[in-house]
Design a binder for this molecule. Structure first.
Ligand code: G4P
Ligand code: NA
Ligand code: NA
Length: 194
């Protein structure tokens, strides 16, 4: 599945050995037709998993998550990074430490929208060190919900998030796998299914 790889080759920019800029279609501007294809790809990858809910994190996870929810016909819940006025009671929370930003933040989801009967597909834009995904997994466990798997649009396999999640027995499907970045150059893993 070369969809994401081709898009990165056309529009992505490796800023350095760590960070890929994809502002033109995912992290600032969103390409809706491309995102719909992302939704189709995740729906296909997790076909037959009886998913009842998509869970993501604001803000850049929302676009791919909504498209996946559209295709699967299930609601999309996004974790908040700041508690809002209306988000007060029955919160499920997790601490997420960002190695990239070197700061910790609390992510929250209302228990009202995540229940024991749910089968959850976690979607995110990037899978790097996996801290966001681990926090969302923790929140699902607090809710007693089942996790069907994790879908990442772009996985940077040179960081260890994917390994940590797969070691826990979680199904992880990434639509593009980046093995290395150099300023101005992106290297992909040869065989990527989905
Ligand atoms: P982790 O959850 O996998 O441990 O990731 P990390 O802390 O390293 O990531 C912090 C933020 O940086 C996340 O966005 C993540 O999506 C983003 N990120 C990580 N690697 C890259 C990269 O190579 N390119 C880009 N463009 N973003 C990257 P966030 O702070 O949650 O912001 P938002 O975009 O969702 O609002
Ligand atoms: Na992001
Ligand atoms: Na994200």
């Amino acid at each position: 599945m070369k969809l994401v790889e081709e898009k990165i080759k056309a529009e992505g920019k490796a800023l350095d050995s760590q960070v890929l800029k994809v502002d033109s279609f995912m992290n600032h501007q969103v390409d809706p037709k491309f995102m719909k294809q992302i939704g189709d790809a995740f729906a296909k990858a997790f076909h037959g998993k009886r998913i009842t809910k998509i869970l993501t994190l604001e803000s850049s996870g929302i676009a791919p998550a909504v498209m996946t929810g559209l295709v699967l016909g299930v609601p999309v819940l996004f974790g908040r990074k700041k508690t809002s006025l209306t988000l007060q009671n029955g919160l499920l929370s997790a601490e997420v430490y960002s190695f990239t930003k070197q700061e910790s933040s609390t992510i929250s989801v209302s228990a009202e929208y995540l229940q024991q009967t749910d089968v959850v597909l976690i979607i995110d834009d990037f899978l790097a060190n996996g801290q966001a995904a681990l926090g969302l997994l923790d929140i699902c466990r607090q809710a007693g919900a089942e996790v069907a798997g994790i879908g990442a649009v772009i996985e940077k396999v040179f960081q260890d998030g994917g390994r940590k999640l797969r070691e826990q027995g979680v199904m992880v499907e990434s639509l593009a796998k980046i093995t290395a970045l150099e300023e101005g150059e992106v290297f992909f893993e040869e065989e990527v299914k989905a």
